[in-house]
Design a protein around this ligand. Structure first.
Ligand SMILES: Cc1ncc(COP(=O)(O)O)c(C=O)c1O
Length: 397
């Protein structure tokens, strides 16, 4: 059997490796507390589930769905964008529902990237931006996100040789894994940059509804001229705790949306219709649940930040998204620190290097852990700090 070369270039997905380590510990009877994956622990609100169950009983929803999604869902998405961001979208040509945003994020590379093409990808970043590029035969050019630059890419630092071959520019705010945010000024600059260099922009925005301290994230589609060069990926996963149902969307530039629809209609058979009805309910019913969830995450964020700072780990309090991005203590890499926490106190954090080279030196803690586990996990971190045996610190070699 001979596998394709593209498989050799593809590292195993970050969380697969972490899940394997957790399973190993659990098999030994050890109790592990995970601040790993960003998967909301709070259930999907009941009104959304009720609509899903009702739709599941309707035989009309037992058949193949339409590739472009239900017209009612596209309309609900367009109206939600209008209410939430004052962005007008044509529901037929500028909106496409997705089987969760991840598949769209990965598949859009097939619309733009030929062998030898480049996609400009933030480092650190959610892995599908670069993996989609690699699977399409292209090459990611990594734009470092540094604390000095508030975890925004320095677009003017991208060298000409990379820009010449670049077709796509990836952005993601509120950001995973750093928790950073961007304002409309930055998005306006990015649109101008894309126009100057003939780039298409993919903005990934699943966390615009997870925000704290009265901060309201903006949409990339609010930037001047955004629709000429960009699409925005969004998702119901984090806004409504619907990761398990797999539903998201892409909106914006009609040509880009149409190209992705063409690829997808050849690859998948759409989103189960009962789930599309649940999504319509989520987008059109009362949005009170969002504030309720955010109050929970904000309280957890404060507990995590207080504990990290009290044990000498530097981490800024994020204004949005589900993550705390903490610096590892001196003498550790992100992997050696994550390994030590797992080995010594049974706490899982995600090593920053899993999101790219510039993520080394950091670990990510997700706030999607039930309160009791979170408190226990934090007290284990305090325990690690107390019993930290100086000679055991692994030096970087
Ligand atoms: C930045 C980012 N984009 C996209 C996704 C995927 O979301 P979905 O569940 O819609 O596939 C995630 C999930 O963690 C994410 O962090």
């Amino acid at each position: 059997m001979k596998m394709a070369k593209r498989i050799e270039n593809l590292p195993p997905y970050l969380f697969v490796e972490i899940s394997r380590k957790i399973a190993e510990k659990k098999a030994k009877g050890e109790n592990v507390i995970s601040f790993g994956i960003g998967d909301p622990d709070i259930p999907t609100p009941p009104h959304i589930i009720d609509r899903l169950c009702q739709a599941a009983h309707d035989p009309a929803n037992h058949r193949y769905p339409q590739a472009a999604g239900l017209p009612e869902l596209r309309k609900a998405i367009a109206e939600w964008y209008k209410r939430r961001f004052d962005v007008s979208l044509d529901a037929d040509n500028e909106v496409l529902p997705l089987i969760g945003s991840k598949e769209g994020l990965a598949h859009i590379a097939l619309c733009f990237i030929d062998p030898d093409d480049i996609a400009l990808v933030p480092d650190p970043a959610y892995p599908p931006y670069s993996m989609g590029t690699i699977l399409a035969g292209g090459t990611p050019y990594y734009m470092p996100l540094t604390e000095k630059n508030n975890f925004l890419p320095d677009l003017n630092a991208i060298p000409f040789h990379a820009l010449k071959r670049a077709k796509l520019l990836w952005l993601n705010y509120p950001n995973n894994p750093t928790g950073a945010i961007a304002d409309l000024d930055f998005f306006n600059q990015a649109v101008k940059f894309a126009q100057q260099h003939d780039l298409a922009i993919c903005h990934d925005a699943p966390y615009t509804e997870v925000a704290f301290d009265d901060y309201q994230p903006v949409s990339f589609m609010q930037a001047e001229g955004a629709k000429q060069v960009a699409v925005e990926f969004h998702s119901l996963s984090k806004s409504y705790n619907m990761t398990g149902w797999r539903i998201g969307m892409v909106v914006g530039n009609a040509e880009m949306v149409s190209a992705l629809k063409r690829v997808k209609s050849n690859l998948d058979s759409g989103i189960p219709q009962a789930i599309q009805y649940a999504a319509i309910e989520a987008l059109t019913a009362s949005q009170d649940c969002i504030q309720q969830h955010n109050a929970i995450y904000q309280r957890r964020r404060d507990l995590v930040i207080d504990m990290l700072n009290s044990i000498g780990l530097q981490a800024k309090s994020p204004k949005a998204a589900l993550y705390v991005w903490a610096k590892v203590p001196e003498g550790y890499t992100s992997v050696s620190f994550a390994d030590e926490l797992l080995e010594k106190v049974g706490v899982v954090v995600t090593p920053g290097i899993g999101y790219g080279k510039s993520g080394d030196g950091y670990v990510r803690l997700s706030l999607t852990i039930p309160d009791a586990g979170l408190v226990k996990g934090l007290s284990r971190l305090a325990e690690w700090h107390k019993t930290r045996a100086r000679p055991a610190i692994k030096k970087i070699t």
